[in-house]
Design a binder for this molecule. Structure first.
Ligand SMILES: [Zn+2]
Length: 236
């Protein structure tokens, strides 16, 4: 009977996800763990996937045949996009910054929705709804922030960037997010009428059009919709 150990080269890397033992590893889907490793260590080869599979299946390393290896690669591609977990502290910090943007919108009698875009722990773009002031219906917070971040990076593609938005994005903004290849969308509160992430449509779930963007949310619907609720109540 084989008693599998985690090879030394993997031990250090798995600590990033607080996986320190075989029993820790067994709690997760090995395909997801491989996706997390590839997110943080992009040069990780499929050999790592095969090793993970052998470890959790209690098989000797390097014992898979070609057909099994191909099958594992296909399974892995089906779960994409799947990135390393975000830290809870980061989610709160950046959503709170997005909320400050929402409050700025409210002060200008705009619908209070705010966005920040983050790359490598740095805010590279922010924005809030600006439709009424400009008479442009497309000037949603996400579009303004994407425009700012694209100018900052001098690129139409925001690969590796995370977008934090207080309210679930609409259909238009979800399209813009996919087109700009944003890595992750983290939204604070559900928007039951116009939300296109979970509420009315599930745009990001369509693997045929979305190869890049993973979504997290709602994080706290009561907290992050407060400015919007107060604004709508004041209009009644
Ligand atoms: Zn929108």
């Amino acid at each position: 009977m084989i008693k599998q150990n985690i090879p030394f080269y993997l031990q250090e890397k798995l600590k990033d996800f607080t996986i320190e033992s075989l029993s820790d590893l067994m709690q997760y889907d090995y395909l997801k763990v491989f996706a997390w490793l590839r997110d943080i260590y992009p040069s990780s080869s499929y050999k790592v996937l095969y090793d993970l599979y052998c470890i959790v299946s209690n098989l000797p390393l390097n014992s898979l045949d070609i057909a099994r290896e191909k099958h594992l690669r296909q399974l892995y591609k089906k779960i994409l996009p799947c990135y390393a977990p975000l830290k809870t502290t980061s989610i709160k910090r950046y959503l709170d910054l997005a909320y400050e943007q929402a409050e700025l919108a409210g002060k200008q009698n705009e619908i209070p929705v705010g966005v920040v875009i983050v790359k490598d722990e740095k805010v590279i773009g922010c924005g809030y709804n600006f439709s009424k002031t400009t008479n442009l219906p497309g000037m949603h917070a996400e579009i303004c922030a994407i425009t700012n971040a694209s100018r900052y990076l001098n690129s139409a593609y925001l690969s590796g960037c995370d977008l934090y938005v207080t309210i679930e994005p609409c259909l238009m903004c979800s399209g813009a997010i996919i087109n700009s290849r944003i890595k992750r969308v983290i939204f604070g509160a559900l928007e039951s009428k116009t939300g296109a992430v979970v509420s009315q449509y599930q745009v990001f779930d369509n693997k045929a059009v979305n190869h890049h963007t993973q979504v997290y949310g709602p994080i706290d619907s009561v907290k992050y919709s407060k400015a919007l609720r107060n604004f709508l109540q004041s209009k009644r």
